[in-house]
Design a protein around this ligand. Structure first.
Ligand code: SAM
Length: 215
């Protein structure tokens, strides 16, 4: 086993995080015991952050104490690994679908540093009062105006870093993904320095993860 980033390990060639709720699985991931601790294998086919790490992410903004605003938490696959990594921090999980929220809530009952919030990420003012200081925004919402959503939330929460998954097909299913990515990223340049743009192929087609640092 070797550590590759704060709280992120490689075990037998596979990514893993230390399980904050030993014995509990979020999405049928494999659990492995090493040196008296339990680790969860982190599947890059199920998580864009894991795919970005496998594809060469260089700077990792998360650590044990980070508080994270997670936009588009779905049933908690990636958010639960972030909760493992940020074990002394809080992961505020914004999700607008009631169906996904029903799956997310049992996860947050086990991973007690995950806070589920049923809300629309396009309207951060509606959840601003429920959330404390956050150092990082992680965004993965399938919406046409993805960059605007990140900018609106960054204005409210003033994070030092952001990780932004862009799904070209949610913005336009006809135009070239490369052009869409460039346009979305250009919108962020005033507020953020672009640290890295990571193509998520072959794990996710027509997706990039953009690693950002506030200016
Ligand atoms: C691609 S999935 C996220 C997968 C998740 N990030 C993971 O890796 O485990 C996108 C999620 O964004 C949610 N979503 C879409 N529009 C949203 C909005 N305006 N506000 C909050 N969540 C939204 C969807 O319901 C869906 O669960």
């Amino acid at each position: 086993m070797r550590q590759i980033f704060n709280g992120v390990y490689k075990i037998n060639g596979k990514l893993a995080t230390e399980n904050l709720a030993p014995g509990f699985r979020v999405y049928d991931e494999k659990l492995i015991r090493q040196k008296g601790e339990e680790y969860r294998i982190w599947d890059p086919l199920r998580s864009k952050l894991a795919a970005a790490i496998e594809n060469g992410l260089k700077e990792f903004p998360l650590n044990r104490n980070s508080n994270v605003l997670y936009l588009g938490a779905s049933s908690g696959t990636t958010a639960s690994h972030i909760a493992d990594i940020c074990s002394n921090g809080l992961v505020y999980c914004i999700e607008s679908s009631k169906r996904m929220m029903r799956e997310l809530i049992p996860v947050t009952m086990k991973k007690t540093n995950m806070i589920p919030i049923l809300a629309d990420a396009r309207r951060p003012r509606e959840y601003f009062s429920k959330i404390g200081r956050v150092e990082v925004i992680y965004q993965d919402v399938a919406q046409p105006n993805q960059a605007e959503i990140l900018l609106r939330n960054s204005e409210e929460f003033q994070p030092g870093n952001a990780m932004f998954a862009i799904k070209a097909r949610s913005i336009d299913s006809i135009r070239k993904p490369k052009d869409i990515f460039r346009e979305e990223i250009d919108k962020l340049k005033e507020r953020f320095q672009i640290l890295q743009i990571i193509d998520l192929n072959p794990y996710d087609k027509d997706h990039v993860l953009v690693n950002l640092k506030a200016k």
